[in-house]
Design a protein around this ligand. Structure first.
Ligand code: FES
Ligand code: FE
Length: 428
Protein backbone atom coordinates (compact mmCIF):
# COMPACT_ATOMS: atom_id res chain seq x y z
CA UNK A 1 0.00 0.00 0.00
CA UNK A 2 3.02 2.24 -0.39
CA UNK A 3 2.33 5.54 -2.05
CA UNK A 4 4.17 6.18 -5.23
CA UNK A 5 5.76 9.41 -4.05
CA UNK A 6 9.16 10.80 -3.32
CA UNK A 7 8.77 11.82 0.31
CA UNK A 8 11.69 14.20 -0.04
CA UNK A 9 9.38 16.40 -2.13
CA UNK A 10 7.15 16.72 0.92
CA UNK A 11 9.85 17.40 3.49
CA UNK A 12 12.24 20.13 2.44
CA UNK A 13 14.98 21.81 4.38
CA UNK A 14 12.76 24.63 5.62
CA UNK A 15 9.17 23.47 5.06
CA UNK A 16 6.79 20.52 4.96
CA UNK A 17 3.80 19.91 2.75
CA UNK A 18 0.29 20.37 4.14
CA UNK A 19 -0.80 16.92 2.96
CA UNK A 20 1.35 15.35 5.68
CA UNK A 21 -1.34 16.61 8.07
CA UNK A 22 -4.43 16.18 5.94
CA UNK A 23 -4.07 13.18 3.64
CA UNK A 24 -5.53 9.96 4.95
CA UNK A 25 -3.20 7.92 2.79
CA UNK A 26 -0.21 9.55 4.45
CA UNK A 27 -1.74 8.81 7.85
CA UNK A 28 -2.36 5.16 6.99
CA UNK A 29 1.18 4.80 5.78
CA UNK A 30 2.52 6.42 8.97
CA UNK A 31 0.64 3.89 11.05
CA UNK A 32 2.57 1.16 9.20
CA UNK A 33 5.96 2.77 8.63
CA UNK A 34 6.37 5.09 11.59
CA UNK A 35 4.33 3.47 14.37
CA UNK A 36 4.94 -0.01 12.96
CA UNK A 37 8.68 0.29 12.37
CA UNK A 38 10.16 2.28 15.20
CA UNK A 39 10.16 2.02 19.00
CA UNK A 40 6.88 3.34 20.35
CA UNK A 41 6.31 4.14 24.02
CA UNK A 42 3.67 1.82 25.47
CA UNK A 43 3.52 2.18 29.25
CA UNK A 44 5.51 2.77 32.41
CA UNK A 45 6.54 -0.20 34.53
CA UNK A 46 4.99 1.35 37.63
CA UNK A 47 1.61 0.85 35.94
CA UNK A 48 2.33 -2.90 36.09
CA UNK A 49 3.34 -3.22 39.73
CA UNK A 50 2.88 -6.97 40.31
CA UNK A 51 2.92 -10.29 38.48
CA UNK A 52 -0.05 -10.60 36.07
CA UNK A 53 -0.64 -6.83 35.94
CA UNK A 54 -1.79 -5.44 32.62
CA UNK A 55 -2.37 -2.09 30.89
CA UNK A 56 -4.40 -1.54 27.72
CA UNK A 57 -2.81 0.83 25.26
CA UNK A 58 -2.15 1.32 21.54
CA UNK A 59 0.69 0.96 19.10
CA UNK A 60 -0.39 3.42 16.44
CA UNK A 61 -3.95 2.28 15.76
CA UNK A 62 -3.35 -1.26 17.00
CA UNK A 63 -4.94 -1.98 20.37
CA UNK A 64 -2.37 -3.62 22.63
CA UNK A 65 -2.30 -5.18 26.06
CA UNK A 66 1.00 -4.78 27.91
CA UNK A 67 1.27 -7.56 30.47
CA UNK A 68 3.51 -9.00 33.11
CA UNK A 69 3.56 -12.76 33.24
CA UNK A 70 3.53 -14.62 36.54
CA UNK A 71 7.30 -14.32 36.83
CA UNK A 72 7.29 -10.59 36.12
CA UNK A 73 8.43 -10.71 32.47
CA UNK A 74 7.00 -8.05 30.15
CA UNK A 75 4.94 -8.82 27.05
CA UNK A 76 2.77 -6.90 24.62
CA UNK A 77 0.04 -8.69 22.72
CA UNK A 78 -2.55 -7.43 20.26
CA UNK A 79 -5.87 -6.82 21.95
CA UNK A 80 -7.59 -8.63 19.13
CA UNK A 81 -9.24 -12.00 19.45
CA UNK A 82 -7.86 -14.64 17.10
CA UNK A 83 -11.43 -15.83 16.45
CA UNK A 84 -13.29 -12.86 14.99
CA UNK A 85 -11.08 -9.96 16.07
CA UNK A 86 -13.10 -8.69 19.02
CA UNK A 87 -11.40 -6.69 21.75
CA UNK A 88 -10.38 -9.29 24.28
CA UNK A 89 -9.64 -6.97 27.19
CA UNK A 90 -11.94 -4.01 27.74
CA UNK A 91 -10.39 -2.86 31.00
CA UNK A 92 -7.79 -0.11 31.08
CA UNK A 93 -5.70 -1.74 33.75
CA UNK A 94 -5.84 -4.52 36.30
CA UNK A 95 -4.47 -7.90 37.29
CA UNK A 96 -5.36 -11.01 35.27
CA UNK A 97 -3.71 -14.33 34.48
CA UNK A 98 -5.89 -14.68 31.42
CA UNK A 99 -8.37 -12.77 29.28
CA UNK A 100 -11.69 -14.18 28.14
CA UNK A 101 -13.04 -12.67 24.96
CA UNK A 102 -16.48 -11.20 25.66
CA UNK A 103 -17.82 -12.20 22.23
CA UNK A 104 -17.70 -16.02 22.16
CA UNK A 105 -15.61 -16.75 25.19
CA UNK A 106 -12.20 -17.81 23.92
CA UNK A 107 -9.64 -17.53 26.70
CA UNK A 108 -6.03 -16.45 26.32
CA UNK A 109 -3.16 -16.47 28.79
CA UNK A 110 -1.63 -13.06 29.53
CA UNK A 111 1.30 -14.14 27.36
CA UNK A 112 -1.06 -14.64 24.42
CA UNK A 113 -1.57 -18.42 24.15
CA UNK A 114 -5.09 -19.66 23.52
CA UNK A 115 -5.96 -21.91 26.44
CA UNK A 116 -9.60 -22.63 25.89
CA UNK A 117 -12.66 -22.23 23.70
CA UNK A 118 -16.20 -23.06 24.85
CA UNK A 119 -17.52 -26.48 23.83
CA UNK A 120 -14.27 -27.53 22.19
CA UNK A 121 -15.83 -30.66 20.69
CA UNK A 122 -17.48 -28.37 18.12
CA UNK A 123 -14.24 -27.91 16.24
CA UNK A 124 -12.88 -30.32 13.67
CA UNK A 125 -9.93 -32.61 14.31
CA UNK A 126 -7.47 -30.16 12.75
CA UNK A 127 -8.20 -27.40 15.24
CA UNK A 128 -4.89 -26.61 16.90
CA UNK A 129 -5.04 -24.18 19.78
CA UNK A 130 -1.37 -23.30 19.41
CA UNK A 131 -2.15 -21.61 16.08
CA UNK A 132 -4.68 -19.19 17.49
CA UNK A 133 -3.00 -17.21 20.21
CA UNK A 134 -3.05 -13.41 20.41
CA UNK A 135 -0.56 -11.82 18.04
CA UNK A 136 2.56 -10.47 19.70
CA UNK A 137 4.49 -7.25 19.53
CA UNK A 138 7.70 -8.99 18.59
CA UNK A 139 10.09 -6.74 20.50
CA UNK A 140 9.31 -5.25 23.90
CA UNK A 141 11.97 -3.58 25.97
CA UNK A 142 12.14 -1.25 28.92
CA UNK A 143 14.56 1.56 29.59
CA UNK A 144 14.63 2.35 33.31
CA UNK A 145 10.90 1.81 33.63
CA UNK A 146 9.80 3.18 30.26
CA UNK A 147 8.36 0.32 28.20
CA UNK A 148 8.56 0.51 24.42
CA UNK A 149 7.58 -1.92 21.70
CA UNK A 150 8.31 -2.30 18.03
CA UNK A 151 7.15 -4.64 15.28
CA UNK A 152 10.41 -4.17 13.40
CA UNK A 153 13.24 -6.67 13.51
CA UNK A 154 15.48 -4.09 11.85
CA UNK A 155 15.10 -1.37 14.50
CA UNK A 156 18.26 -0.89 16.60
CA UNK A 157 18.27 -1.90 20.29
CA UNK A 158 16.04 0.42 22.32
CA UNK A 159 18.95 2.01 24.20
CA UNK A 160 20.62 2.90 20.88
CA UNK A 161 17.38 4.30 19.51
CA UNK A 162 17.02 6.54 22.55
CA UNK A 163 20.63 7.53 21.93
CA UNK A 164 21.40 11.09 23.01
CA UNK A 165 17.98 11.33 24.67
CA UNK A 166 19.20 8.85 27.30
CA UNK A 167 21.24 11.26 29.45
CA UNK A 168 18.18 13.54 29.61
CA UNK A 169 15.89 10.69 30.53
CA UNK A 170 18.47 9.62 33.12
CA UNK A 171 18.56 13.13 34.55
CA UNK A 172 14.79 13.14 34.82
CA UNK A 173 14.63 9.68 36.40
CA UNK A 174 17.52 10.40 38.77
CA UNK A 175 15.66 13.35 40.25
CA UNK A 176 13.88 10.57 42.12
CA UNK A 177 16.43 9.73 44.84
CA UNK A 178 16.03 6.01 44.30
CA UNK A 179 15.29 6.32 40.61
CA UNK A 180 11.75 5.27 41.34
CA UNK A 181 9.20 7.15 39.30
CA UNK A 182 5.58 6.22 39.85
CA UNK A 183 2.87 6.97 37.34
CA UNK A 184 -0.28 7.97 39.19
CA UNK A 185 -3.13 5.79 38.05
CA UNK A 186 -5.67 8.40 37.01
CA UNK A 187 -4.70 9.89 33.66
CA UNK A 188 -5.78 13.25 32.34
CA UNK A 189 -7.02 12.84 28.77
CA UNK A 190 -7.74 15.43 26.14
CA UNK A 191 -8.61 15.05 22.50
CA UNK A 192 -8.18 17.53 19.69
CA UNK A 193 -9.31 17.74 16.10
CA UNK A 194 -5.97 17.76 14.42
CA UNK A 195 -3.12 15.59 13.21
CA UNK A 196 -0.93 13.81 15.78
CA UNK A 197 2.23 15.52 14.53
CA UNK A 198 0.92 18.93 15.60
CA UNK A 199 1.51 17.88 19.22
CA UNK A 200 5.02 16.72 18.38
CA UNK A 201 5.73 19.93 16.43
CA UNK A 202 4.79 21.89 19.51
CA UNK A 203 6.48 20.01 22.36
CA UNK A 204 9.98 21.08 21.35
CA UNK A 205 8.90 24.54 20.26
CA UNK A 206 10.29 27.32 22.42
CA UNK A 207 9.01 29.94 20.02
CA UNK A 208 5.32 29.87 20.97
CA UNK A 209 5.09 30.18 24.79
CA UNK A 210 5.45 33.97 24.98
CA UNK A 211 2.41 34.24 22.72
CA UNK A 212 0.30 31.13 23.20
CA UNK A 213 0.70 30.99 26.95
CA UNK A 214 0.66 34.72 27.61
CA UNK A 215 -2.35 34.58 29.91
CA UNK A 216 -0.72 31.88 32.03
CA UNK A 217 2.48 33.89 32.22
CA UNK A 218 0.65 37.08 33.08
CA UNK A 219 -1.20 35.29 35.80
CA UNK A 220 2.15 34.12 37.12
CA UNK A 221 3.45 37.69 37.20
CA UNK A 222 0.33 38.96 38.94
CA UNK A 223 0.81 36.35 41.61
CA UNK A 224 3.98 38.04 42.64
CA UNK A 225 6.72 36.08 40.99
CA UNK A 226 10.05 37.78 41.37
CA UNK A 227 12.36 35.30 39.69
CA UNK A 228 14.08 35.58 36.35
CA UNK A 229 11.54 35.58 33.54
CA UNK A 230 13.97 36.46 30.79
CA UNK A 231 12.93 33.54 28.64
CA UNK A 232 9.60 35.17 28.21
CA UNK A 233 11.09 38.61 27.82
CA UNK A 234 12.00 40.49 24.69
CA UNK A 235 14.96 38.48 23.51
CA UNK A 236 14.51 34.82 24.28
CA UNK A 237 17.07 33.99 21.60
CA UNK A 238 19.86 35.39 23.79
CA UNK A 239 18.33 33.88 26.90
CA UNK A 240 19.92 31.09 28.89
CA UNK A 241 17.43 28.46 27.81
CA UNK A 242 18.41 26.26 24.89
CA UNK A 243 16.89 23.64 22.65
CA UNK A 244 18.90 20.52 21.85
CA UNK A 245 18.39 18.44 18.72
CA UNK A 246 19.32 14.94 19.90
CA UNK A 247 19.07 12.84 16.76
CA UNK A 248 16.59 10.05 15.85
CA UNK A 249 13.81 12.64 16.00
CA UNK A 250 14.32 13.42 19.70
CA UNK A 251 14.81 16.88 21.21
CA UNK A 252 14.79 18.66 24.54
CA UNK A 253 14.22 22.16 25.83
CA UNK A 254 16.38 22.71 28.89
CA UNK A 255 14.69 25.21 31.16
CA UNK A 256 17.07 24.84 34.07
CA UNK A 257 19.50 27.65 33.23
CA UNK A 258 16.68 30.12 33.61
CA UNK A 259 16.26 29.48 37.29
CA UNK A 260 18.56 29.91 40.19
CA UNK A 261 18.41 27.69 43.20
CA UNK A 262 15.81 25.12 44.02
CA UNK A 263 12.53 25.38 42.27
CA UNK A 264 11.19 25.02 38.82
CA UNK A 265 9.67 26.83 35.97
CA UNK A 266 6.18 26.39 37.40
CA UNK A 267 7.06 26.94 41.01
CA UNK A 268 8.88 30.09 40.00
CA UNK A 269 6.25 31.36 37.67
CA UNK A 270 3.28 30.67 39.77
CA UNK A 271 3.97 30.34 43.45
CA UNK A 272 1.88 27.43 44.62
CA UNK A 273 -0.67 28.23 47.27
CA UNK A 274 0.95 27.27 50.54
CA UNK A 275 4.39 26.94 49.04
CA UNK A 276 6.02 29.30 51.52
CA UNK A 277 4.60 27.42 54.47
CA UNK A 278 5.67 24.23 52.81
CA UNK A 279 9.20 25.53 52.46
CA UNK A 280 9.28 26.45 56.15
CA UNK A 281 8.01 23.01 57.10
CA UNK A 282 10.56 21.18 54.97
CA UNK A 283 13.42 23.31 56.29
CA UNK A 284 12.36 22.67 59.85
CA UNK A 285 11.72 18.96 59.45
CA UNK A 286 14.59 18.00 57.15
CA UNK A 287 17.26 20.69 57.64
CA UNK A 288 20.04 18.59 56.08
CA UNK A 289 18.12 17.70 52.99
CA UNK A 290 15.84 20.69 52.50
CA UNK A 291 17.28 22.13 49.28
CA UNK A 292 17.14 18.82 47.52
CA UNK A 293 13.61 18.03 48.72
CA UNK A 294 12.37 21.47 47.69
CA UNK A 295 13.92 20.99 44.28
CA UNK A 296 12.26 17.62 43.86
CA UNK A 297 8.92 18.97 45.03
CA UNK A 298 8.92 21.34 42.07
CA UNK A 299 8.72 20.83 38.32
CA UNK A 300 10.97 18.66 36.21
CA UNK A 301 12.55 21.57 34.34
CA UNK A 302 12.96 19.90 30.96
CA UNK A 303 10.65 19.25 28.00
CA UNK A 304 11.91 16.06 26.41
CA UNK A 305 10.38 14.81 23.15
CA UNK A 306 11.01 11.18 22.21
CA UNK A 307 9.86 10.39 18.70
CA UNK A 308 7.16 9.51 17.85
CA UNK A 309 4.80 9.56 20.82
CA UNK A 310 6.43 10.25 24.19
CA UNK A 311 6.76 13.70 25.75
CA UNK A 312 8.16 14.41 29.18
CA UNK A 313 6.93 17.81 30.27
CA UNK A 314 7.96 18.92 33.72
CA UNK A 315 6.96 16.13 36.06
CA UNK A 316 4.54 14.59 33.63
CA UNK A 317 4.56 11.95 30.97
CA UNK A 318 2.43 12.78 27.98
CA UNK A 319 1.54 10.24 25.32
CA UNK A 320 0.39 11.17 21.82
CA UNK A 321 -2.19 8.77 20.45
CA UNK A 322 -3.15 9.18 16.80
CA UNK A 323 -6.82 8.39 16.14
CA UNK A 324 -7.22 9.46 12.51
CA UNK A 325 -5.58 11.95 10.16
CA UNK A 326 -7.33 14.82 11.95
CA UNK A 327 -8.03 13.44 15.42
CA UNK A 328 -5.60 12.84 18.27
CA UNK A 329 -5.81 11.97 21.92
CA UNK A 330 -3.29 13.16 24.49
CA UNK A 331 -2.86 11.36 27.77
CA UNK A 332 -1.16 13.14 30.66
CA UNK A 333 0.17 10.95 33.42
CA UNK A 334 1.14 12.70 36.61
CA UNK A 335 4.11 11.12 38.39
CA UNK A 336 5.30 10.90 41.94
CA UNK A 337 8.60 9.51 43.18
CA UNK A 338 9.88 7.03 45.69
CA UNK A 339 12.27 7.67 48.54
CA UNK A 340 10.92 11.05 49.68
CA UNK A 341 8.48 12.10 52.42
CA UNK A 342 4.90 12.00 51.22
CA UNK A 343 4.40 15.75 51.68
CA UNK A 344 7.06 16.30 49.01
CA UNK A 345 5.04 14.23 46.56
CA UNK A 346 1.86 16.03 47.54
CA UNK A 347 3.44 19.39 46.70
CA UNK A 348 4.99 17.92 43.59
CA UNK A 349 1.54 16.84 42.42
CA UNK A 350 0.31 20.42 42.72
CA UNK A 351 2.99 21.62 40.34
CA UNK A 352 1.44 19.25 37.82
CA UNK A 353 -1.97 20.87 37.88
CA UNK A 354 -1.01 24.17 36.27
CA UNK A 355 0.02 23.24 32.81
CA UNK A 356 -2.72 20.78 31.84
CA UNK A 357 -5.28 23.19 33.27
CA UNK A 358 -3.99 26.51 31.95
CA UNK A 359 -1.38 25.77 29.28
CA UNK A 360 -2.51 22.73 27.36
CA UNK A 361 -5.83 24.28 26.24
CA UNK A 362 -3.80 27.10 24.61
CA UNK A 363 -1.80 24.55 22.66
CA UNK A 364 -4.79 22.50 21.67
CA UNK A 365 -6.62 25.57 20.38
CA UNK A 366 -3.57 26.17 18.18
CA UNK A 367 -3.57 22.59 16.92
CA UNK A 368 -7.21 22.84 15.86
CA UNK A 369 -6.72 26.24 14.23
CA UNK A 370 -3.68 24.94 12.34
CA UNK A 371 -5.70 21.99 11.10
CA UNK A 372 -8.38 24.42 9.85
CA UNK A 373 -5.74 26.50 8.11
CA UNK A 374 -4.36 23.43 6.42
CA UNK A 375 -7.68 23.01 4.62
CA UNK A 376 -6.58 25.84 2.30
CA UNK A 377 -5.38 23.67 -0.56
CA UNK A 378 -4.00 26.68 -2.46
CA UNK A 379 -1.32 27.20 0.18
CA UNK A 380 0.81 24.11 0.21
CA UNK A 381 3.55 24.66 2.75
CA UNK A 382 4.10 24.85 6.49
CA UNK A 383 7.34 26.54 7.44
CA UNK A 384 9.95 25.41 9.96
CA UNK A 385 12.63 27.88 9.01
CA UNK A 386 13.33 29.84 12.18
CA UNK A 387 16.97 29.49 13.15
CA UNK A 388 17.97 27.88 9.86
CA UNK A 389 21.40 29.18 8.82
CA UNK A 390 21.36 31.93 11.41
CA UNK A 391 24.92 32.89 12.28
CA UNK A 392 26.06 32.12 15.77
CA UNK A 393 23.03 30.18 16.98
CA UNK A 394 23.92 26.54 16.54
CA UNK A 395 26.82 24.64 17.99
CA UNK A 396 27.34 20.94 17.52
CA UNK A 397 29.10 18.63 19.95
CA UNK A 398 31.17 15.50 19.31
CA UNK A 399 28.06 13.30 19.51
CA UNK A 400 26.22 15.29 16.86
CA UNK A 401 23.93 17.01 19.34
CA UNK A 402 23.01 20.48 18.12
CA UNK A 403 22.43 23.17 20.74
CA UNK A 404 20.72 26.37 19.67
CA UNK A 405 18.51 29.27 20.69
CA UNK A 406 15.27 28.20 22.29
CA UNK A 407 13.11 29.62 19.47
CA UNK A 408 14.97 27.67 16.75
CA UNK A 409 12.56 25.34 14.93
CA UNK A 410 15.30 22.74 14.81
CA UNK A 411 13.22 20.20 16.78
CA UNK A 412 10.77 20.06 13.88
CA UNK A 413 13.41 19.86 11.17
CA UNK A 414 15.16 17.19 13.24
CA UNK A 415 12.20 14.87 13.68
CA UNK A 416 11.10 15.23 10.08
CA UNK A 417 14.47 13.79 9.06
CA UNK A 418 13.65 10.71 11.14
CA UNK A 419 10.11 10.65 9.75
CA UNK A 420 11.52 10.77 6.25
CA UNK A 421 13.88 7.87 6.93
CA UNK A 422 11.05 5.73 8.24
CA UNK A 423 8.64 6.65 5.44
CA UNK A 424 11.35 5.71 2.94
CA UNK A 425 11.46 2.29 4.54
CA UNK A 426 14.84 2.69 6.21
CA UNK A 427 15.28 1.33 9.73
CA UNK A 428 14.85 3.69 12.68
FE1 FES B 1 -13.41 -13.62 20.42
FE2 FES B 1 -15.25 -14.89 19.02
S1 FES B 1 -14.37 -12.97 18.64
S2 FES B 1 -14.33 -15.49 20.85
FE1 FE C 1 2.74 25.16 24.65
Amino acid sequence: EAQDVAWREYVREDRVHRSLYTDERVFNEEMVKVFGHTWVYLAHESQLPEPNSFVSTKLGLRPIIVTRDRRGGLHAVFNRCAHRAATVCREETGVAKSFQCPYHGWTFKNTGELVGAPWPQGYGPDFDKSEFGLGKVTRVDSYRGFIFGTLSEAAPPLADYLGEARPWLDYWIDRAPEGEVVVRSAAHRMGYRGNWKLAFDNAGDGYHPSFSHRSLLEMASRMGDSKDMSYFGKTPDDGPMKVYSLGNGHSVIDQRPNFDGPGSIWANQRPQPGREKFEELIRAKYPEDADRLLDISAGGQINLSIFPNLLIIGNQIQVIEPLSVDRTQLTWNATSIGGVPEEVNTMRMRTQEDFPAFGEPDDQANFEEVQRGLAVTEEEWVLMNRGLNVDGWQTIDENGVIVTAVTDEIHMRGYYEEWLRLMNGEPA
